[in-house]
Write a protein that binds this ligand. Structure first.
Ligand SMILES: Nc1nc2c(ncn2[C@@H]2O[C@H](COP(=O)(O)OP(=O)(O)OP(=O)(O)O)[C@@H](O)[C@H]2O)c(=O)[nH]1
Ligand SMILES: [Mg+2]
Length: 228
């Protein structure tokens, strides 16, 4: 997911680094080397850790990433802390479990830079068995329908980012749609994750994600607009 926040401030370290990638991370030490090697040159990796016990923060730091600490537990809190810490002109979000390749974000960023879109989303296209279990896909399809009813947006995926606990990325999409942002969606390869499933890889996680996201879709439109 790639978006351009309406920050009037230029990044403190100049135009050279105009992309920050927020990587929510919970016990992903095994996947981090693969993920961080694929961050495009000149972009900053912001690894947000709020409770890893496998040394993810140390691994991330050793590989040159900026580690953002967040006291509150949960995926949504991590995403939000990453967005708050970001200072670049363009901010991307990417899972940190080696299921998605951060270099696939390059054309997304180009689309934002060209002015053709304000928010670009990835549609996961599974590579290999087990990349995207049937129950998680069914939950996604049901929520896509609810999203269309709520906003008119025809998205085929609600993004590889679930949350607050699970409503965060969907909330971002709903608010962007309410504010009239131009939102586009493009295919991204989705591989089986490295390491243990945490969110929609389990039945319980999918149930929670669908419940949290349904709640987001039932909320009335925000009163204040958001300017892209
Ligand atoms: N900081 C932080 N990151 C989290 C938390 N829960 C999940 N993540 C990270 O968020 C990203 C997405 O979570 P995943 O566990 O891959 O969720 P998923 O893709 O729906 O399902 P699986 O890949 O099967 O687990 C991964 O990089 C996780 O490490 C959390 O509580 N805190
Ligand atoms: Mg995953």
């Amino acid at each position: 997911m790639t978006t351009s926040p309406s920050s009037p401030e230029p990044p403190p370290d100049g135009p050279a680094r105009s992309v920050d990638v927020v990587l929510p991370c919970l016990d992903e030490a095994a996947a981090l080397p693969w993920v961080l090697r694929r961050i495009p040159p000149g972009w900053r990796a912001l690894v947000v850790d709020n409770g890893s016990t496998d040394g993810s923060d140390r691994v991330a730091r050793e590989l040159g990433a900026t580690v953002v600490r967040e006291a509150r537990r949960g995926f949504g809190a991590a995403c939000h802390a990453g967005l708050t810490a970001a200072t670049a002109e363009i901010v991307c979000f990417c899972d940190c479990d080696a299921s998605l390749d951060p270099s696939d974000l390059v054309p997304f960023v180009d689309e934002i830079r060209s002015g053709a879109a304000d928010l670009v989303l990835g549609r996961r296209r599974p590579r290999g068995r087990g990349a995207w279990p049937a129950h998680a896909r069914a939950g996604n399809a049901a929520l896509s329908l609810l999203l269309r009813r709520r906003t008119g947006l025809r998205l085929r995926d609600l993004g590889p980012l679930p949350a607050r606990r699970s409503g965060y990325p969907l909330e971002m999409v709903v608010r962007a749609a309410d504010a009239g942002w131009r939102i586009t969606e493009h295919d991204v390869p989705y591989a089986p994750r490295t390491g243990a499933s945490k969110v929609t890889g389990t039945w319980r996680g999918t149930y929670q994600a669908v419940r949290d996201m349904s709640r987001v879709l039932q909320e009335p439109p925000a009163r204040e607009g958001v300017t892209p």
